[in-house]
Design a binder for this molecule. Structure first.
Ligand code: 4UV
Length: 548
């Protein structure tokens, strides 16, 4: 992979991890490429029920799923929504769709009916794969937004709720009898997955990621971590990774699920994070690596349930998706008194729009740094006002990213695409600086996004919802710091009739209409007006300043 020469005024920070080369093959072929040497080993296992699949089974079953999906009338390029908690079947469903050339839109399984409907409509999904547990909610969403769509349900217990749905199991059985489709119009730059992100502003948008984007990012990480990746040989060693980050989110999908399957790891899936189930997985399995978000790092440090010996085999912990401080990591080491070169703590920086990883702190020594651009990635810092590149250490600017992992664009949204992709660069909306060693640090967010436990909350979505309250004139939502979740949403509200509505009524109004993590846990404050710029955009920094 080669980059264009820097233009005048561009101060580009290159990756210290060498030149990238990656194969032009579909994601699923890349994932299965080295499977021969560990085909009999476990690929996925449910941390609750123990249901499991070997690599050979996972590969075969996903291929049968691909054949069945095409046999059902779905065509390459059609969109299918995967709405699944982390189950051992989730990667099989995922890789099956990719093999069929079907575009996956990944939906948060804890979403409400309205939230699911919005994504189904926006993505133009023609079929859904879900699980028995959430089938009722998903069915309502399908009925509301895409009647006639095919509904496939993973689980052994198809019940009355799902009697008209197609069991996943049946697709595997049927697929085995079907011929391998002879030719498909596969292109490396076809869209493969369509996760949703609100980007710098507005509502969640479909992020078009191609096979190239994702294969490139998997290889970028592999080349960056080279010496640290352990692949089983002759069944001698296998990485064991609990999968608690949801696979609908880009971090769980690419950096945990796909990346660890590419190198023959054993994924222990947990359908939802509960302290008890997570601790049980740590207690019962010699886990080798943890991929986390900061609130879970804090959980490990603060929970009495987590014992030192659970971490005996862990050599790396990665944290990403939200800021992590030096103190957070110091406290972790203090509690467990583990040698710092035995278990390394490393931070990654990623974004849905970049498939996701762009920077990584490989040494495991500068805890609050996101490190350097990974192999095949370039970075710049651009002053958001003067538009000039930052050239000296410790000066802040907006982080811009370039590489083969940067998205094709937002689905059906040229305006947002043009604002975010400029001249081949991805404008991240994050404010950062680099130090004297060229290690990067995130300091702030230019974009309006709120991160609750590492997951996206789009202020515009909550504002639109709050405005539907009969006594609300206007609303502006911001994130405020929270010990447990990192940030929580808080609303500034202008009422039509002052005094006629209590703050709790606004909080209750939001409850149930959105997933729990989006609720206004930061509270509500009534104001006379919202600060805005001349074109009517809410000035969120000024709103936040009201709290100081
Ligand atoms: O689009 P998204 O929800 O994507 C992510 C992806 C995160 C990662 C992190 C490390 C990995 O190794 C990996 O595979 C995936 O969160 O949100 C993108 C925004 O999240 C913030 C930042 O504002 C991004 O624009 N963010 C992500 N990583 C960090 C972070 C970080 N290490 N420190 C601070 N903020």
């Amino acid at each position: 992979h080669y980059f264009p020469a820097p233009k005048k005024g561009e101060h580009i920070i290159d990756s210290p991890f060498g030149q990238l080369s990656y194969p032009e093959m579909p994601i699923h072929e890349y994932v299965w490429e080295t499977l021969q040497s560990y085909s009999h080993m476990i690929a996925t296992e449910c941390g609750v029920t123990g249901r499991k699949y070997t690599y050979a089974q996972a590969r075969d079953y996903s291929s049968y799923i691909a054949r069945s999906l095409l046999d059902m009338g779905l065509k390459p390029g059609d969109v299918l929504a995967i709405i699944l908690p982390n189950l051992p079947e989730s990667p099989i469903a995922f890789l099956g769709c990719l093999e069929a050339g079907i575009v996956i839109t990944s939906v948060n399984p804890i979403y409400t009916v309205d939230e699911i409907s919005k994504q189904l409509i926006s993505s133009g999904a023609k079929a859904v794969i879900t699980s028995t547990e959430i089938a009722e909610t998903v069915k309502s969403a399908v009925k509301q937004s895409m009647p006639g769509a095919k509904l496939i349900v993973v689980d052994d217990q198809v019940n009355s709720m799902t009697s008209d749905a197609i069991p996943f199991e049946d697709l595997i059985k049927k697929g085995k009898t079907l011929p391998v489709p002879s030719s498909r119009d596969f292109a490396f730059d076809n869209v493969a997955v369509l996760p949703y992100s609100s980007g710098t502003t507005g509502l969640p948008k479909g992020v078009m990621l191609s096979h190239r984007n994702i294969v490139a990012n998997l290889k970028m990480m592999a080349d960056t971590l080279k010496d640290d990746i352990l692949v089983p040989s002759n069944g001698v060693f296998q990485q064991i990774i609990p999968v608690i980050l949801p696979m609908y989110h880009i971090y769980g999908m690419v950096t945990v699920m796909l990346s660890k399957m590419t190198t023959g790891g054993k994924l222990i899936t947990l359908p939802k994070f509960t302290p008890e189930s997570y601790v049980r997985v740590l207690e019962r399995n010699p886990v080798t690596e943890l991929m986390l978000v900061p609130p879970i790092v804090l959980f490990l440090t603060s929970s009495k349930l987590v014992k030192k010996h659970f971490l005996d085999h862990v050599t790396y912990i990665t944290s990403g998706a939200a800021p992590l401080s030096d103190t957070d990591v110091e406290r972790f080491y203090e509690k467990f008194s583990i040698a710092r070169d035995k278990l390394k703590f490393r931070q990654g920086y990623g974004m849905t729009e970049s498939s996701p990883v762009s920077l990584y702190e490989k040494t495991g020594t500068k805890y609050s740094s996101i490190g350097r651009p990974i192999c095949g990635c370039q970075a710049r810092l651009v002053d958001p006002i003067t538009k000039k590149d930052v050239t000296t250490p410790r000066q802040t600017g907006e982080l811009w990213i370039r590489g083969p992992h940067v998205m094709k664009g937002y689905l059906n949204n040229q305006k947002a695409t043009e604002e975010t992709l400029q001249d081949g660069w991805l404008l991240t909306g994050d404010i950062a600086y680099f130090d004297e060693d060229s290690d990067f640090f995130i300091t702030d967010r230019l974009k309006e996004l709120i991160k609750v436990k590492g997951f996206q909350v789009a202020p515009a979505e909550l504002e639109a919802l709050i405005r539907t309250h009969p006594n609300v004139e206007e609303a502006g939502v911001v994130g405020i710091p929270d010990d447990r979740s990192g940030e929580v949403p808080m609303a500034f509200v202008v009422l039509k009739e002052k005094g006629a509505t209590k703050t709790e009524e606004i909080q209750d109004f939001v409850k149930g209409k959105v997933s729990e993590f989006k609720e206004l846990r930061g509270g509500v404050r009534f104001v006379d007006s919202l600060p805005k710029n001349p074109s009517g955009k809410i000035l969120r920094k000024k709103l936040k300043a009201l709290l100081e």
